[in-house]
Design a protein around this ligand. Structure first.
Ligand code: LLP
Length: 432
């Protein structure tokens, strides 16, 4: 009935998440409010993990892409689930370190890491620094040398795959700011250089073809391309690349019409491809890493808002204004992303109106969506926007100096704050 499996309707006709009345949550914590279901987060982690066990003999590691949603509690949960972490800035890395994360299980990304970031990564002995370009390799080697340490790296490779998704979230094609191209020979040169660098250990290769991808085929093709490159390195340089990181990008259900492939199926098909290619190419099976972000965080989240005004413009549209918007969810203004919305206090009623949900920022494009089916919404109603667990809080801003909403985790009928609501004092904290 709803896009996320933990959503239902109770006897009052209210929307529930993980069995908890969302209208009560809105009353207790105020709105806007991010709500994340811990059970669903853990379930997704386990399903990725067990698919590696089942189809790849456990010879791999799931690393949650924390850019989707990062905070200390999320890192703690990943640690408990035996999951690694993908971080992409010193801020995410610092959060992981402060939450007591095992640094060997961290993949540190970024196409332009600063000296401060590289030094922090080396000092903390991060397990996989994903090197994006030659100057970064040189810098990293020098930093590691100055500290008398060897840095463990992977190379980010562009496998030349065009995944069918939004242009802004495609990353595997040659025209991308991320990584080394195979076609031009720069990736091969980088590998040679890494093997010759005294303070570098080349653990493996990495690729990530994009995000919110529904087809499995591009993942299969990417693994084929990467394995061929691993074979070339073995044959021409006599060096064995032991690890292959295939990135994330698994699509999720934002709308009823979306039909994502079960996570198990990805691993089953990719594992088949890897087994087949390794046999043909006469190379050992690599240790496989995957980096799901959205698929772990998104379905677990909803955002609750209170309706302010209802504005009907005859023959044009009806605006429903809410107390949040692009500052807590910039995905519509960035990618025209579509969401399912429900009036939480009228959840058993039919969604037979088509409305535009508008945010409160001083910007006409500040919308959560247009033409969205919704129950008749009026001032004071609570609106739930579904599947907002990924790339919402993590991409939120203080535009218009609007304080960020809190994040509440729900688990076994209980709720708890994991990120506090920003205060007005927080807003001026760094002002001189
Ligand atoms: N690994 C790497 C190297 C990545 O760059 C990403 C996402 C992931 C893993 C995780 O991808 P996921 O499983 O979450 O699709 N802000 C955009 C998404 C940007 C994705 C960036 N990289 C959005 O809101 O749709």
């Amino acid at each position: 009935m709803f896009v996320s499996e933990n959503l239902s309707v109770n006897e009052k006709g209210h929307l529930t998440a993980g069995g908890i009345d969302t209208v009560e949550l809105a009353k207790k914590y105020g709105t806007p409010l991010y709500v994340m279901d811990e059970q669903l987060i853990r379930k997704a982690c386990r399903s990725f993990k067990s698919s590696i066990d089942k189809f790849y003999g456990g010879n791999g590691l799931v690393c949650y892409a924390s850019k989707a949603f990062c905070c200390k509690e999320m890192c703690r949960i990943m640690k408990e689930e035996g999951i690694g972490l993908d971080v992409v800035s010193i801020g995410e890395l610092y959060t992981a370190v402060k939450s007591g994360f095992d640094c060997d299980k961290i993949c540190f990304h970024g196409n332009n890491k600063t000296d401060e970031e590289l030094e922090f990564a080396v000092e903390n002995n991060i397990g996989h620094i994903i090197v994006d370009n030659i100057s970064e390799l040189e810098k990293l080697n020098a930093i590691a040398k100055s500290k008398g340490i060897t840095a463990k790296i992977m190379f980010r490779i562009k496998p030349g795959i065009d995944a069918h998704t939004h242009n802004f979230v495609k990353t595997g094609q040659i025209d991308s700011k991320f990584g080394f191209a195979l076609e031009t020979g720069e990736a091969f040169e980088a590998v040679k250089k890494a093997i010759d660098s005294e303070n570098i250990i080349l653990r493996g290769l990495h690729c990530h073809i994009g995000s919110q991808i529904f087809d499995i085929e591009p993942f299969e093709t990417a693994s084929e391309v990467m394995l061929k490159f691993i074979a070339k390195i073995k044959n021409e340089l006599g060096f064995e690349v032991k690890e292959l990181n295939l990135g994330g990008g698994f699509g999720i259900k934002y709308l009823e019409s979306h039909d994502p492939v079960p996570y198990e199926t990805y691993m089953e098909r990719v594992s088949e491809t890897v087994h087949k290619c390794c046999k043909e190419l006469e190379i050992n099976l690599p240790f496989i890493l995957i980096e799901p972000g959205r698929s772990i965080a998104s379905p677990a989240g909803i955002t609750l808002y209170t309706v302010g005004a209802r504005k009907e413009i005859p023959d044009i549209r009806t605006y429903i204004s809410i107390d949040g918007g692009m500052c807590d969810n910039p995905r519509y203004i960035l990618y025209q992303s579509e969401y399912e919305a429900i009036v939480a206090n009228k959840a058993s009623e039919p969604r037979n109106e088509k409305v535009t949900i508008a945010g409160k920022c001083c910007e006409s494009g500040d919308l959560i969506g247009e033409n969205m089916p919704l129950q008749h919404a009026e001032s004071g109603d609570i609106i739930a926007v579904c599947a907002t667990g990924a790339y919402n809080y993590s991409m939120s801003s203080n535009y218009n100096r609007i304080p960020k909403p809190p994040v509440v985790f729900i688990n076994n009928g209980e709720s708890r704050i994991v990120i506090k609501k920003e205060t007005l004092e927080d807003i001026i904290r760094n002002d001189i």
